[in-house]
Ligand binder design. Structure first.
Ligand code: 5GP
Length: 188
């Protein structure tokens, strides 16, 4: 795998990192998206193999046991998410790889790859705004929404451990800043 080719976008749920990830992929055609594995159910607009590799809990467990996961987390109770080694290795053949993962997973990637990975933390303008966005998104049931809200504050505390923080107040500005950081990293 070539050096300095892993870019991680991380954020508390609802900060807008997936939107930014899509914009980054549009702007940088060479960038490859690492499709994570998860045990959560697909949302109506999601496609297996594109948004996630949707696995049963048993399949996920056997992938862990086989050592197939670079990192994984129980992001929400009984909902596992993880980065497949094979996915990152295959994508890295074609260009730099973009990961969209939770904050703990992002810091694990930093521990593994060190300076060869850029970890960008997407922060909401404020906690209140984040809560408003999460509620407005309407993709979660009440329990799942509460799980997400419960995690937000502890995730915000880890922002400083990332390589840079991008505040997503104005989306276009946040995308520009993200792209600038990525260019600096890939060109260095
Ligand atoms: P969602 O259910 O909203 O798609 O994702 C929930 C959270 O899990 C998000 O913060 C997302 O970035 C994170 N996530 C997605 N894939 C992975 C992964 O492979 N590893 C880790 N640690 N977190 C992930």
């Amino acid at each position: 795998m070539p050096d300095r080719n892993i870019v991680v976008l991380t954020a508390p749920s609802g900060a807008g990192k997936t939107t930014i990830a899509h914009r980054v992929l549009d702007a940088l055609p060479a960038m490859q998206f690492s499709v994570s594995a998860t045990t959560r159910a697909p949302r109506p607009d999601e496609t297996d193999g594109e948004d996630y590799h949707f696995l049963s809990p048993e399949e996920f467990r056997s992938r862990i046991d086989a050592g197939d996961l670079l990192e994984y987390e129980e992001v929400y109770p009984d909902q596992f998410y993880g980065t497949l080694r094979s996915e990152v290795a295959a994508r890295a053949e074609d260009g730099p790889v973009l990961l969209d993962i939770d904050v703990k997973g992002a810091l694990n990637v930093k521990r593994i790859f060190g300076d060869d990975a850029l970890i960008l933390f997407v922060a909401p303008p404020s906690l209140d705004e984040l809560k408003r966005r999460l509620k407005g998104r309407g993709t979660e049931d009440r329990a799942s929404l509460q799980d997400r809200l419960d995690r937000v504050e502890q995730e915000m505390e880890k922002a400083d451990a990332c390589d840079a923080v991008v505040v997503n107040d104005d989306l276009d500005v946040a995308v520009e800043e993200t792209l600038t950081r990525i260019h600096q990293f890939l060109d260095s």
